[in-house]
Write a protein that binds this ligand. Structure first.
Ligand code: PCA
Length: 126
């Protein structure tokens, strides 16, 4: 990947503006508020939310769309525990805004069977 390339990231939890990990996006570009297609579910991990794919019983999840550079993406992957397999950064489908490029989000990899389901928008202040 060339050093000047960027990735579109949908954030839905602690990375959103005003929440506890927002500072990790301070040098990146906020594009807009965003809404996924209705194929995802949010679960409550306590201090942060867990997004999983759910094409049967999913919802439209609210979040934000950001344009992140290579260095920023490395930091986000660390913060979100990608190497510990807490989250994996994978493609997500948005309903709005309509973007032709691939958008990625952090999907939760651990067991959600005992976690409470959240609504369509995570708003916990920490
Ligand atoms: N941080 C990432 C994934 C879950 C979380 O709390 C985000 O805001 O998208």
């Amino acid at each position: 990947m060339p050093a000047d390339s960027h990735t579109l990231i949908f954030v839905y939890g602690t990375l959103k503006r005003g929440f506890c990990r927002a500072s990790f996006l301070a040098d990146q570009q906020f594009l807009s508020n965003a809404l996924t297609v209705p194929h995802y579910t949010l679960f409550d991990c306590g201090d942060y939310p867990a997004l999983v794919k759910d094409t049967i019983d999913g919802s439209r999840i609210q979040g934000e769309l950001w344009r992140v550079d290579v260095q920023g993406l490395e930091i986000l992957d660390q913060v979100e525990g990608v190497s510990e397999q807490l989250y994996a950064r994978e493609s997500i489908e948005l309903e709005s805004p309509v973007v032709s490029a691939t958008v990625q989000a952090y999907f939760y990899l651990r067991d959600v069977s005992r976690l409470p389901r959240l609504g369509v928008c995570w708003t916990r202040q920490t």
